[in-house]
Write a protein that binds this ligand. Structure first.
Ligand code: IPE
Ligand code: IPE
Ligand code: MG
Length: 249
């Protein structure tokens, strides 16, 4: 019954005023599991299901882009066992879900420094990106080994190298050019950021891209962030007056 209700955009949401790109910081998996006496990895497993349903929900409700923070540059500092589990989970999910995502018209991208990931994971990543490159139903971006500061540093390095090689003039470095050197190059900035689990910080996520994004923080742990929770978040979004520095309309 619930699924039926939420299969379509809830009637109190205005389809003309939906965010075109939603970014999520999927936080609280560990606490969700601990609260139930489960190991932290059980929370990650459940969190993956939540993400899968949110992606489908975006498609059902007409939200064309979703970007999810799966692993930060700082997350390497977690216990080796947890890091290993997460990496295997990413690989397994890609292998298992790719065919269905392809059928659903999902285009998958990845942002982050992928160069240090295991070869087997990188192969799945390459395969997913290549296979889905032309899909248009939803653009799904996964941030793995992502850190905004690392992203900006690599952009600066490459811009400096290109300037040194005479490929661009220092005067040409403006906001639009910097954007072309980001991992997110070509993707419009998120309109809406959701962070679950009560933490109100960005944890090195999309610092450049979130300059004018509406922020939403909820106490709900990520594995419990269902369609009703997303519905509530979108109601909040639709009440915001996005002024972009101008005076209210
Ligand atoms: C988010 O949940 C998932 C990742 C960072 C991979 P956490 O694992 O951070 O869960 P908490 O914050 O410890 O509850
Ligand atoms: C942010 O969550 C990273 C991801 C969700 C992948 P963390 O749980 O790692 O962030 P902090 O440590 O609470 O800032
Ligand atoms: Mg956390």
């Amino acid at each position: 019954m619930q699924t039926q209700t939420y299969a379509q955009l809830p009637s109190d949401l205005n389809p003309q005023r939906l965010p075109q790109h939603v970014a999520v910081i999927m936080d609280g998996n560990g606490r969700w599991a601990s609260k139930r006496g489960f190991p932290r990895i059980a929370g990650h497993r459940q969190g993956a299901k939540t993400l899968k349903d949110l992606l489908r929900c975006c498609k059902d409700w007409g939200i064309p882009a979703l970007t999810a923070y799966a692993f930060s540059t700082e997350n390497w500092q977690r216990p080796l066992k947890e890091v290993g589990f997460l990496m295997r989970l990413f690989e397994r999910l890609l292998r298992r879900e790719l065919a269905e995502m392809q059928r659903e018209g999902v285009r998958i991208s990845f942002v982050g420094d992928l160069s240090v990931l295991a070869d087997s994971l990188r192969q799945e990543i390459d395969r997913a990106m290549t296979l889905t490159a032309k899909n248009q139903a939803v653009h799904f971006t996964v941030a793995i080994n992502y850190g905004s500061r690392a992203e900006l540093a690599q952009a600066c390095r490459r811009i400096a190298t290109h300037a040194q090689q005479g490929l661009l003039q220092p005067d040409a470095v403006d906001e639009a050019l910097i954007e072309q050197y980001l991992y997110t190059q070509g993707t419009p900035d998120p309109d809406f950021l959701i962070r679950t689990s009560g933490e109100q910080r960005l944890s090195n996520y999309l610092l450049w891209q979130l300059a004018y994004t509406e922020l939403y923080f909820t106490e709900t742990f990520w594995p419990d962030f269902d369609r009703e929770a997303f519905h509530q978040a979108l109601l909040y979004y639709q009440k915001r007056d996005r002024r972009f520095g101008k005076v209210a309309a």
